[in-house]
Design a binder for this molecule. Structure first.
Ligand SMILES: C[S@@+](CC[C@H](N)C(=O)[O-])C[C@H]1O[C@@H](n2cnc3c(N)ncnc32)[C@H](O)[C@@H]1O
Length: 319
């Protein structure tokens, strides 16, 4: 193996139990600002239609379309959740693992002033940035808190809609994640989760698949992934959820990985500039090269079926 291949294969942000690795990584990403520059207010994949796919390599439209697909994703996830199936819109919404609050703010605006949205994250810097952006947008029906999704401070039966978008990946206990979200959900309320999953086993993973998964776990502070089916089993195991269903949205979202690389190709200036001005200096260029490699490895893992894009929805049974 060449030195470059060895270095690129070496995990740079492995999850460490009890170290708040996730909170610290998101604090650093938020402070650095590169993620927000390229991804905007949302740290999740987008939902792509034909014209979005055609615009990925369009230097003029690529960046705007990249961000638009993320809003489209929220609209599609909201529709799919069936949160308004009973005719009522949710009045209390919890965004579990809210990032810098893009989804919380979008839902707060979409659902209107009588809906209150609360976003929680492990990263104080994200809470600060999310709150700043809410103020800038004049939104007063959204709030952000530093809180662990596995030990939430909310009483039982508090929210009409509990939303987890690409936070499950980081959870060291996926059952507890589902159980806690179910606990704080009101009877009749909706739980919806979007999360990167690995394929169901059996068949058991080959050695090559295990290597690929190990890299994907360790690069962005993921303790491990589970399958969509395992999430559904976790939902059933709570004994409190019904109408449980799962789906794989890999076709709708996979384009985001390479699109993310293209937006950097069309507009690399912030990265070049930060190499001269940030406190880590040119080290940032190496970090970005690693991100590109990881984005491509993610794309390949989803493309090959090793990874799937999990959507899980359920209703809490009436007491
Ligand atoms: C990939 S980001 C997704 C952000 C957001 N949902 C979005 O769509 O923009 C993952 C988020 O999950 C949060 N997270 C991970 N583990 C968490 C935990 N145990 N408790 C609360 N938040 C957590 C991280 O702090 C981060 O904000």
């Amino acid at each position: 193996m060449s030195v470059a291949a060895f270095l690129l294969n070496k995990p740079s942000r492995a999850y460490q139990a009890g170290e708040n690795t996730v909170g610290k990584e998101y604090d650093a990403w938020t402070e650095e600002g590169i993620l927000e520059y390229y991804w905007g207010e949302h740290i999740h994949l987008g939902f792509y239609n034909k014209s979005d796919i055609q615009n990925i390599k369009n230097p003029i439209k690529s960046s705007a379309v990249f961000k638009e697909t993320k809003y489209k994703f929220i609209d599609e996830m909201y529709k799919w959740s069936g949160a308004e199936a009973g005719g009522n819109k949710p009045l209390k919404v919890l965004d579990v693992g809210c990032g810098i609050g893009g989804t919380s703010r979008y839902l707060a605006k979409k659902l209107g002033g009588d809906t209150k949205v609360t976003g929680i994250t492990l990263s104080p810097n994200q809470v600060q940035r999310a709150t700043e952006l809410a103020k800038e947008k004049g939104l007063d029906n959204v709030e952000f808190k530093v809180m662990d999704a596995l030990k939430m401070e909310f009483p039982d039966n508090t929210f009409d809609l509990v939303w987890g978008c690409e936070s499950g990946e980081h959870m060291p206990d996926k059952y507890k994640y589902v159980e806690e979200m179910t606990r704080v959900l009101k009877p009749g309320g909706t739980l919806v989760i979007a999360t990167w999953c690995q394929r169901e086993t059996p068949p058991e993973f080959t050695e090559s698949e295990k290597d690929k998964l190990k890299f994907l776990y360790e690069e962005w502070a993921h303790p491990y992934f589970i399958s969509i089916e395992e999430y559904e089993r976790h939902c059933k195991k709570t004994g409190k959820l019904e109408a449980i269903s799962g789906a794989n949205w890999v076709k709708e979202t996979i384009h985001a990985w390479r699109h993310s690389i293209w937006v950097g190709i069309w507009d690399p200036w912030i990265v070049i500039w930060k190499g001269f001005t940030s406190k880590v200096g040119p080290w940032i260029w190496w970090k970005v090269i690693r991100e590109i490699v990881t984005l491509e490895r993610m794309h390949r893992a989803f493309d090959s079926g090793l990874m799937t894009y999990g959507m899980i929805r359920a209703k809490k049974q009436q007491a």
